[in-house]
Design a protein around this ligand. Structure first.
Ligand code: AHM
Ligand code: MG
Length: 335
């Protein structure tokens, strides 16, 4: 245990080494995010013992049924971070409007966007879920940010991360200088550096997509998946493997570990929706992490992090992972 480096130590050391993005406020904010993640991990682990499984009997702004753990995780995230004085405001998948920091707390310079419990359709079936967060600077001179102040492109992110509630609890994050993974030690309650400088292999033989939507996809994605399925007998001349966990956090973690491509592409299932996943608290943070690990992230037509957001709950197509495969899908969109 002597040589272990905790997440907090790692951040302080990185600050001392002059990493521009890291300041004391960010370290304190991340410390509070860690507290939130530990509480949520505890709730997820205890499941039925805490009576937290099942539906909360309400819907969020996206019209999705909220699970009890969705609601609880959202409350935990807000309670753990709003008091610290580092945030000017926050936006959550589970909140219709942006969340103003209550008047009794000081306001800080950062904005936080988060999905308190991603993959929540998996809660009741005991499969990995996670929390995703993204941090940007609040626009200069703004102390009481309004909706428009939050519409900042992903390229401006100062930090992004996710916490995975799986067989082990892991926090993976970037501050724009590579990606590192920390495993929660259940004995000490500390996140310990276990995965230094995670990188995504450029090539892969594994793809992840919800095949039940196949008939709704556009031609470039149809072509890409057809070619993967053809395996050795097709133009790719190699067999592919497929995975679909229905938890983006678990898919991105797998890709960070052994490569792969993840797609929730544009489809015509519901023409009013540009995709399923949300730009501000799913696509942007995951894109930042994937790019920092040497991968690529695109809608098929543009780099996700360069999208100028138009709404806080905006949806976008997402194609991310091993660079050469994502490039291939993007090239099919150009053809
Ligand atoms: P959520 O934030 O409501 O959980 O939705 C996002 C999740 C992603 O984690 C996952 O990739 C996707 O939805 C799965 O969708 P589907 O059930 O359509 O396969
Ligand atoms: Mg989500």
């Amino acid at each position: 245990m002597e040589n272990t480096i905790t997440l907090k130590q790692f951040l302080v050391q990185s600050q001392r080494e002059g990493q521009d993005q890291i300041d004391t406020d960010l370290i304190e904010l991340l410390d509070n995010i860690m507290s939130a993640c530990k509480k949520i991990a505890d709730g997820v682990k205890h499941g039925a013992l805490y009576g937290v499984l099942g539906s909360a009997g309400s819907e969020n702004v996206q019209g999705e049924t909220q699970k009890k753990l969705d609601v609880m995780s959202n409350e935990v995230f807000i309670a753990a971070t709003q008091w610290g004085g580092q945030l000017a405001g926050m936006a959550s998948e589970e909140e219709e409007d942006v969340y103003s920091i209550p008047a009794q707390y000081p306001r800080g310079k950062y904005l936080m966007y988060f999905d308190p419990l991603d993959g929540s359709s998996n809660i009741d079936v005991n499969i990995t879920v996670g929390s995703i967060f993204s941090i940007t600077r609040c626009p200069e001179g703004v102390s009481d940010p309004k909706l428009a102040d939050y519409l900042i492109p992903g390229t401006e992110q100062v930090c992004a991360g996710f916490c995975l509630y799986g067989p082990s609890t892991m926090l993976v994050m970037t501050t724009g200088n590579g990606v590192n993974g920390f495993t929660l030690d259940p004995g000490t309650g500390e996140f310990v550096l276990t995965h230094l400088n995670m990188t995504i292999p450029e090539d892969t033989k594994e793809f992840a997509i919800n095949m039940s939507n196949q008939r709704f996809w556009e031609a470039p994605v149809q072509r890409y998946v057809d070619e993967c399925l053809a395996g050795k007998t097709g133009p790719r001349d190699k067999d592919f493997n497929m995975r679909w966990v229905a938890s983006m956090v678990a898919e991105v973690y797998r890709i960070l570990t052994r490569g792969g491509i993840f797609m929730y592409p544009k489809d015509n299932k519901d023409p009013s929706k540009a995709g399923k996943l949300r730009l501000m608290y799913e696509a942007n943070p995951m894109s930042f992490i994937v790019e920092q690990a040497g991968g690529m992230s695109s809608t098929g037509r543009e780099r996700i992090m360069e999208i100028q957001p138009e709404a806080i709950h905006q949806r976008v197509p997402v194609i991310l992972g091993s660079k050469n495969e994502v490039e291939r899908v993007v090239s099919y969109h150009k053809d």
